[in-house]
Ligand binder design. Structure first.
Ligand code: COA
Length: 444
């Protein structure tokens, strides 16, 4: 007898309040990433916490949007609904600032490569619940995780996970390894709401100069990964004349989808998933979400697959492009601390730095403006003032608006000299002095 998917669906249907009431005090909840954060369930959970009905719930996640920021992560609920971030953004920075003023501990961060987050959640943290927005159910009784497959699929597949899903007709039905069968679900909530939009980061002349330099390092037929921020957007803008590019990326962005629509990307030269663009999460504008919907040329896969350096390296000529905040004179990069505080996190930077370099003919590019804080601080620095996100041994090509340099094969002294040439001229003399005093090289 065929399975009655509709009947299972009806059995599991709850109000948001009923669904949130299934989350007990002390629960360890994986909250979907970014656009996958379910507004109705989160609002109901925040309401229960405010009413004192639930406490000590830990929420694990990457990339918090205003949906969680405006509900479960209200400052006054922080003792009951505890943010456990794998990647800080504006919400955590604002909370952190208030906590600092009130002498409270910072928003906690779980240091982890993105590719390892699923194992971290399932094996080490032992999450017991997933809350996520999904697409409407298909004829086979499956919901697509849409914009946010990443760690959610692994958590959903862990036996015994309490699976509380918000079915939103605006969540794109994305193909790939990103489906949850209705038979696995604990509770379903129906809610029609626009997905969060990420406004494009304003691009400066310097972004465009760096974008043009990087676009010049990309050849027809290369396979791309682009990171987050204005710089990768500027690179996409510089690639409009390229042909036969491929995409195997952590984050699908409006810039990358525009390259597919323009015929610049056709994925014809890839060794894996030929003809299809592969990603693990998407965040951007409505045209991006429309592009993803039921598109056979795009697939979402779990992050332990997409970001696995061995999987990345199965394609030839992978070019990864990621931004950083600070580079020391050896080439180590801090991509997560500003002014001594957690600003973002490592995400998949190292996954792609290693995967791209391991790919035949691959190149991993780390880029940044030469200065920060309106030109008052050099991002090329004698020492990092934060954690090492990308170790010096891994950094391959560095780009600033002053050009590009390959660090692989260069000695410490050669790296220091090359990086100082990438620094803003106003800081070169003091960097040269610092390198000399650190014994990196003798003065000419
Ligand atoms: N010292 C002091 N301030 C600094 C600084 C430094 N070394 N570097 C940057 N800043 C300041 C900037 O001036 C800017 O402040 P402003 O907004 O007041 O001008 C702010 O910090 C952000 O810097 P910016 O370079 O504009 O950040 P971004 O939005 O382009 O993001 C990263 C850059 C590195 C934070 C981001 O790419 C990231 O999180 N990377 C790690 C994850 C990753 O690479 N994942 C890869 C796959 S998606």
């Amino acid at each position: 007898m065929p399975v009655d998917h509709r009947g299972l669906y009806r059995e599991r249907l709850r109000t948001a309040e009923q669904a949130a009431a299934l989350i007990p005090s002390g629960a360890k909840v994986a909250m979907a990433l970014g656009a996958g954060q379910p507004p109705a369930i989160l609002a109901a959970l925040a309401g229960r916490a405010r009413a004192g009905a639930v406490a000590e719930v830990r929420l694990y996640y990457l990339l918090c949007t205003g949906i969680a920021g405006g509900s479960v992560f209200d400052f006054d609920l922080a003792d009951r609904l505890i943010p456990m971030s794998y990647f800080h953004g504006g919400v955590e920075r604002a909370l952190d600032k208030r906590r600092l003023g009130e002498k409270l501990p910072a928003v906690d961060i779980v240091p982890c490569h993105f590719s390892q987050v699923p194992r971290s959640l399932v094996e080490h943290v032992g999450v017991d619940t997933l809350i996520a927005t999904v697409s409407p159910m298909d004829a086979q009784g499956h919901f697509s995780l849409g914009t946010s497959t990443d760690y959610s699929l692994a958590v959903a597949r862990k036996p015994g996970t309490r699976l509380i899903l918000e079915v939103n007709p605006r969540m794109p039905y994305v193909r790939g390894n990103c489906m949850i069968p209705v038979s696995d679900v604990t509770a379903l909530v129906e809610h029609d709401a626009g997905l969060p939009l990420l406004p494009p980061a304003p691009r400066t002349d310097i972004d465009d100069r760096i974008g043009a330099i990087i676009a010049g390092l990309v050849e027809d037929g290369d396979c791309l990964q682009m990171g987050i921020g204005a710089l990768p957007d500027a690179v996409c803008a510089g690639l409009s004349g390229h042909r036969h590019l491929g995409i195997h990326t952590e984050m699908m962005t409006p810039g990358l989808s525009a390259l597919v629509k323009a015929g610049v990307v056709d994925n014809s030269r890839k060794q894996t998933h030929v003809g299809r663009s592969i990603f693990t999460f998407a965040l951007g504008d409505q045209p991006l979400y429309d592009f993803l919907h039921d598109n056979p040329a795009v697939e979402a896969h779990p992050v332990e697959y997409v970001n696995n350096p061995f999987v990345i390296a199965q394609n030839d000529r992978v070019v990864s492009v990621n931004a950083t905040l600070q580079i020391d004179l050896n080439g180590a990069c801090n991509s997560e601390f500003v002014n001594g505080r957690q600003f973002s996190a490592s995400g998949g930077q190292v996954d792609f730095v290693r995967g791209a370099y391991a790919s035949r003919g691959g190149r991993s590019i780390i880029a940044c403006h030469s200065t920060a804080a309106k030109g008052s601080i050099s991002r090329i620095a004698p020492h990092l003032t934060g954690p090492v996100t990308t170790p010096r041994n891994d950094t391959h090509i560095v780009v600033t608006e002053y050009g590009w340099t390959v660090l692989k094969g260069k000695s410490a002294a050669e790296r220091a000299k090359a990086l100082i040439e990438m620094a803003h001229p106003a800081f070169r003399e003091q960097l040269d002095k610092a390198a000399y005093e650190a014994g990196l090289y003798a003065r000419a």
